[in-house]
Design a protein around this ligand. Structure first.
Ligand code: BGC
Length: 448
């Protein structure tokens, strides 16, 4: 590597480096914003009461349906809760096309209803004359007014259907079921973080937070409702709050956004929104890294100054490539070479090129994990749980597959709260929890 190359690469890596001191400032600001969200409507972090009150015991029983919409696929599930923390689940995945994600909401709802219909037919559940109770995991910011009513605040994660923002999303889907004579009642609308928390708590009742780190990023936790000023219902209970923390710091007070983040943000569907999510979630990390690569190419420090048509396309550098590159320990970084040359059609790459790309991926990935720990530190601080045992149930491809993500989060947590406090926090993988969680919540709702 030439000296000029080293200087240029270090400069880019520095733009992604977040000091311990900065992490502490982010956590302080996060706690302030959380409290604003609990005090009044319309705050940056929405802090939405989920209407899921009380804890699971694991003894819940019964059969329910669940839907999960919000990432790459739609999942339709049939869940039987057996008690003693056990359950069985049958499920089917359906691909949601780009056209459906950005077309009229009515088309999306009709598609979902058709998937439910074919699932019921295939699984022989459609002959039943009893109404089937369903938990609808809809993983976008929904301002709930009851367990099965809520208005979509805005779209995130590349969805942008017309005729949905400001509308009650349960009514829209229930209407499709009614038009198609499908005997299903939406008993609950559920955020995926809330579903994940409930599903994990079914086996581990002491679980304190549910987090998603996948295509999108968000978290939920148990709150003492007497602390929620904006809440006009029963103040004596505990309720799960869907934080919608991906929206944190849209005012850009503390998040260390750099030029590569800004470029990605401008090209996204929801410009200037979800800035915290955009620095953490899987949908965006590849694009940020691509922007950093293009900068070094333009300065003639990477790939001999030549990009490719593929690499020039927005969103062409997937976050999954970063995981592969990060674990590539071969002498010639051959997997990295394969992605760059065979997948992205860069004519030829040197070992130095591959090493540079690997450093960029690492810088963006480590930053994401360090920033992702701030909201956990914030919740522990706000709830007075720093230093207490606590289980954080986490689902999502980034946490499951991105190399070292959990360890980097843990190190950042230790930097902000201290080693002792970090040792008390367990990050557990809660794979595909939201289907089970939605069924549990549908059961609670149907009982009421
Ligand atoms: C949505 C959240 C969701 C998260 C994870 C975000 O974009 O706003 O509601 O929980 O993604 O799926």
């Amino acid at each position: 590597m030439t000296e000029a190359q080293t200087v240029a690469v270090n400069k880019v890596v520095d733009a992604f480096t977040v000091s311990d001191d900065r992490l502490s400032k982010i956590v302080q600001q996060f706690v302030i914003e959380m409290e604003k969200g609990l005090d009044h409507q319309g705050a940056t972090i929405a802090m939405i009461p989920s209407f899921v009150a009380g804890r699971c015991t694991g003894d819940e029983k019964g059969s329910f349906m669940a839907l999960d919409l919000g990432g790459t696929n739609l999942r339709v599930c049939h869940v039987t809760l057996l008690g003693a923390g056990e359950h069985t689940i049958r499920q089917q995945k359906y691909i949601v096309s780009e056209e459906l994600k950005t077309g009229p909401m009515r088309h999306l709802c009709d598609f979902i209803a058709d998937c439910v219909d074919s699932f019921l037919t295939e699984n022989g559940t459609s002959e039943s004359h009893e109404v089937i109770q369903l938990g609808y995991t809809f993983s976008f910011p929904v301002l709930q007014t009851s367990i099965n009513r809520g208005v979509l605040k805005q779209w995130t994660k590349g969805f942008n259907c017309s005729g949905a923002v400001g509308k009650d999303v349960t009514i829209l889907l229930q209407d499709s079921f009614r038009r198609k004579n499908i005997n299903v009642n939406i008993a609950a609308i559920v955020n995926d973080t809330v579903g994940t928390l409930m599903a994990y708590a079914y086996k581990h009742p002491e679980t304190t937070m549910g987090v998603i780190m996948g295509t999108g990023f968000n978290a939920s936790y148990y709150e003492d409702m007497s602390k929620v000023k904006k809440w006009t219902g029963n103040k004596d209970e505990e309720m799960v709050i869907n934080m919608e923390c991906g929206a944190f710091d849209c005012e850009r007070r503390v998040l260390p956004m750099n030029v590569y983040d800004n470029k990605m943000d401008r090209e996204s569907i929801n410009v200037h929104q979800q800035l915290y999510e955009k620095m953490v979630a899987g949908m965006y990390l590849g694009e940020i890294t691509r922007n950093a690569m293009l900068d070094l190419i333009d300065q003639q420090f990477l790939f001999n100054g030549e990009s490719s048509n593929d690499l020039n396309k927005n969103w062409s550098f997937e976050t999954a490539y970063m995981s592969t590159i990060e674990v590539d320990e071969s002498d010639d970084l051959s997997d990295t070479g394969h992605i760059l040359e065979s997948v992205l059609s860069i004519p030829s790459t040197t070992l130095v090129d591959r090493q540079i790309v690997k450093r960029l991926c690492n810088a963006v990935g480590v930053r994401a994990a360090r920033l992702a720990s701030c909201h956990i530190a914030g919740v522990l601080t706000h709830t007075g749980k720093v230093g207490h045992d606590c289980i954080v149930a986490i689902d999502g491809s980034l946490f499951e597959f991105y190399p070292n993500f959990g360890n980097n989060m843990g190190d950042a947590l230790a930097a902000v709260l201290g080693e002792q406090a970090r040792s008390k926090v367990k990050f557990d993988l809660a794979r595909d929890g939201s289907g089970l969680g939605a069924a549990i919540i549908a059961m609670i709702a149907a009982k009421k």
